[in-house]
Ligand binder design. Structure first.
Ligand SMILES: Nc1nc2c(ncn2[C@@H]2O[C@H](COP(=O)(O)OP(=O)(O)OP(=O)(O)O)[C@@H](O)[C@H]2O)c(=O)[nH]1
Length: 558
């Protein structure tokens, strides 16, 4: 799968190309194998028919020559006139003119001496040993191709210097009583065969490498001049009408043959017409068709691919557009347009669905954002409320419920702060520990509520007698602590006395006047911690109690 191209367009093009190949290849193979075979068979048959036709034409032509010579021999001139008559030569030359292939026509006497001839050639020559004479004495004679002997010196030589070759037609010449007078013989130039075949060939429309050959009884190719036909080929042609053979060379030929009918059964020639054509020209049609199919397949495939490319583009472009717009919306660009027009119905539907989905998502996101804002505001509000409640709690934790004064926890924190500041600023502070005298008795005599009222009263007096910057706390039970920041001993004693007097001189409604015993100590930067001064003040308080109460004892007094 990883090797598969990713884009829809490429996939479709590859698919179409593959389909084209799938359709084109079998057609190509069919033409290559089946059609080629069939064409070869048809062509073989056609070649064979041509061979038969050519053989028939050659036989007919030979027959005509034989008949011409025969008819001439039967004319009154040849039957009756004395052999030295001057009439013979014009008669012979008329026949020669009627058929240009005749090279020489002559009349011999019974002894084989030439008595009349065309052009007067070989007059008086003795041809009694020549086959045409000996054969012609017995009856019509047809002699196979042979080189000219006597005439070769008398006739115009061949342009290429090749020996002149003839075939011979000869018939006996009888007088009216049927006695042999001589032999009439005609030598037809062997180019005759070439001319006959050329005429036939020029009629043939398909001459691509087509060759007509004449093969004699011995298997020699006598026209055109060439080596013998391979024996193996001759052997195969005996059983098969058409054979594909190399003829001992490189080119393969489709070969077929037909026998030439023997027109003089007493002297059979045994010729055969062989027709052959190079295999590659025979199947050239197939090659052409193969190329055409290949070209057509390629063109069709290419067109299919281009169409697929175009069609895929028509489909994928709006999809890519939708994807791009969807990504823009995802990145917060709500102006991106998801509408698609002019595309396929499915893509338009997809665009509509995406647009609807995007609208829903945007709406939900806005709702979510609004809800988040509300939630954040509520959290802020709750946090502030919590902080306020914490402050309140912290305040309450440091305030005495009964008197409203700071409690012991607050006193300890303040002492710690003041001690730290003193260490840094080197400004001493005073600590006073105060206790209401005989408070137990008040409780016992007047009850707890009265005792509580006394505590609240004393608290109020203390608060009123002190400066805003001074610190007073209920330190425990009926005990109070006063911290006087940046206050020397003398001033602190004065403040203590003032407080003590203020309480003593302000009686309560329930129990009358109460007094205070006070221990006063100065905090010192040399102290280890803030408790040293408190413990010292506490100790002096007990001294004040012991000394009779309602008094202040400070360091000096101690
Ligand atoms: N009504 C009331 N009484 C309290 C409160 N806190 C402590 N007390 C009482 O205060 C009394 C303190 O008595 P003690 O410590 O014996 O001292 P005292 O009676 O004042 O005697 P001296 O201190 O020696 O003068 C106890 O009876 C406590 O119960 C309070 O908040 N309200």
């Amino acid at each position: 799968m990883a090797l598969m191209p990713q884009s829809f367009r490429t996939r479709l093009v590859v698919l179409c190309g593959g389909l084209g190949l799938l359709i084109g290849l079998p057609a190509y193979l069919y033409i290559d194998h089946v059609y080629a075979q069939r064409l070869l068979e048809d062509r073989g048959e056609a070649l064979h028919e041509q061979a038969v036709a050519v053989a028939a034409v050659i036989a007919e032509n030979l027959n005509e020559r034989r008949r011409e010579v025969e008819l001439l021999a039967r004319t009154p001139l040849f039957r009756k006139a004395p052999l030295d008559s001057v009439e013979f030569q014009p008669s012979l030359e008329r026949l020669q003119k009627s058929y240009p292939a005749y090279s020489w026509i002559g009349l011999t006497d019974v002894d084989g001496v030439v008595r009349a001839s065309t052009g007067g050639l070989l007059m008086g020559a003795d041809v009694s040993q020549r086959p045409w004479f000996t054969g012609g004495q017995k009856g019509p004679h047809l002699g196979d191709v042979h080189d000219a002997l006597l005439l070769s010196r008398l006739l115009r030589p061949e342009p290429d210097g090749a020996p002149i070759r003839f075939i011979d037609f000869s018939v006996p010449v009888f007088d009216d009583s049927g006695r042999l007078r001589g032999v009439l013989g005609a030598h037809a130039h062997w180019r005759w065969a070439g001319e006959v075949l050329q005429v036939l060939k020029s009629r043939d429309t398909d001459r691509g490498g087509l060759e007509y050959l004449i093969v004699n009884r011995q298997g020699r190719v006598i026209h055109p001049e060439r080596d013998a036909m391979p024996l193996s080929l001759a052997e195969r042609l005996r059983t098969q009408p058409v054979v594909i053979d190399r003829w001992g060379g490189q080119t393969e030929y489709v070969t077929t043959l037909a026998p030439v009918r023997d027109i003089v059964p007493e002297a059979p020639l045994g010729w055969q017409v062989v027709v052959r054509q190079p295999l590659h020209t025979v199947i050239a049609d197939v090659a052409e068709l193969r190329h055409a199919v290949l070209l057509f397949s390629l063109m069709a495939g290419l067109t299919l691919c281009l169409l697929a490319w175009w069609a895929a583009g028509r489909l994928s472009t709006p999809l890519e557009h939708l994807a791009l717009q969807a990504r823009r919306i995802e990145q917060g660009d709500e102006s991106a347009e998801l509408a698609i027009t002019g595309s396929t119905r499915e893509v338009v539907h997809l665009g509509e669905a995406l647009r609807s989905m995007a609208a829903t998502l945007i709406h939900r996101r806005e709702a979510l954002e609004a809800s988040n804002h509300a939630l954040e505001a509520r959290v802020e509000e709750r946090t502030a409320e919590l902080a306020r409640l914490n402050d309140e709690l912290r305040e309450q934790a440091r305030r005495d419920v009964l008197t409203g004064l700071p409690n012991r926890l607050a006193a300890n924190e303040r002492l710690r702060e003041e001690f730290v500041r003193m260490k840094r600023m080197r400004t001493a502070y005073a600590v006073l520990v105060l206790d209401i005298d005989y408070f137990k008795r008040i409780n016992d005599t007047h009850g707890h509520p009265a005792g509580d009222a006394v505590l609240r009263h004393v608290s109020g007096v203390l608060r009123g007698a002190l400066r805003e910057s001074d610190f007073v706390a209920r330190f425990g039970g009926e005990e109070f602590l006063i911290l006087l920041p940046a206050t020397p001993l003398n001033d602190a004693v004065a403040v203590g006395e003032k407080v003590r007097c203020a309480v003593e001189s302000s009686p309560t409604a329930a129990v009358g006047a109460v007094t205070l015993s006070i221990g006063l100590a100065m905090a010192d930067p040399t102290h280890q911690d803030e408790d040293v001064a408190v413990r010292a003040a506490d100790a002096l308080l007990y001294q004040a109690k012991s000394a009779g109460r309602n008094r202040l004892i400070g360091p000096k007094a101690a």
